[in-house]
Design a protein around this ligand. Structure first.
Ligand code: 6PG
Length: 239
């Protein structure tokens, strides 16, 4: 499948490229809509980018009162758990920037998984209105088997046509997750996939050779929003 790819020499350069793309999306969204809504990715790869965002020049360039942070997925663990995507973002970014708590929209994990998914859908609806959310920017990672957010191969969530957020059981640690569905992720205005390291080279190559993305066994291939999709790879992941 066609992939718009930009290769950086290493994680630091990739993270700077991701921040430059993000600041462009911020400027565009604020100019056009007066606000910027981003879905943050979890895992390890984006941590360096978040730390850059909390440092100069990006920290001062960002109109934090206009920025709203959402998440593409969350592990169903407490927000102070070391596996929490919210905790990773709080430690690298949120604690270091002047963003109002009302602009930070973590996926709740305090009720049952199903109730938490419903609650997040309500939060999305409160912000975006009744039509499916159109995030200004979606940050997504990719697993070695092709998962993205917490959409894993073979998951029924890949065929979801109504729900915006689902609770899923996945073959990863921890297994219980909450994830945006393709209903939302295929409406993003801009999407950045971040992939770093030689362990991602095989899946990146498989995606590049994928001939039927719409029915691909790789969930990342199924995320094909009308908006721009840019793959930021380091040299190792590019193979
Ligand atoms: C998560 C992420 C997940 C992640 C990939 C890549 O909750 O784990 O949302 O989709 O982006 O697993 O993770 P790494 O960046 O750690 O390789």
């Amino acid at each position: 499948m066609h992939m718009d790819i930009r290769i950086s020499p290493d994680l630091d350069a990739l993270s700077r490229a991701a921040m430059d793309e993000t600041m462009g999306a911020v400027r565009e969204a604020v100019a056009q809509r007066g606000r910027f809504a981003i879905a943050l990715a979890g895992g390890h790869t984006p941590a360096r980018m978040y730390a850059l965002w909390a440092s100069e020049p990006y920290r001062s360039q960002t109109p934090w009162d206009r920025v709203h942070l959402f998440w593409g997925d969350e592990r169903y663990v407490a927000h102070d758990d070391s596996l929490s995507n919210f905790r990773m973002a709080r430690e690298t970014l949120i604690s270091h920037v002047p963003i109002a708590p009302s602009n930070v929209h973590p996926i709740p994990v305090s009720a049952t998984p199903q109730k938490s998914a419903e609650t997040y859908e309500q939060e999305l609806g409160n912000f975006f209105g009744s039509a499916a959310p159109e995030l200004d920017l979606q940050l997504l990672g990719i697993g070695t088997e092709g998962h993205t957010a917490s959409l894993f191969p073979g998951s029924a969530a890949l065929e979801e046509k109504q729900r915006w957020v689902l609770s899923v059981e996945v073959a990863a640690t921890p297994p219980r997750r909450l994830t945006l569905t393709p209903v939302v992720l295929n409406r993003g205005r801009r999407t950045l996939f971040l992939a770093v390291g030689k362990d991602k080279a095989e899946i990146v190559s498989a995606l590049r050779n994928e001939r039927n993305p719409q029915t691909s066994k790789y969930p990342a291939a199924r995320i094909r929003p009308a908006g721009s999709v840019l793959w930021l790879l380091d040299q190792a992941a590019a193979g």
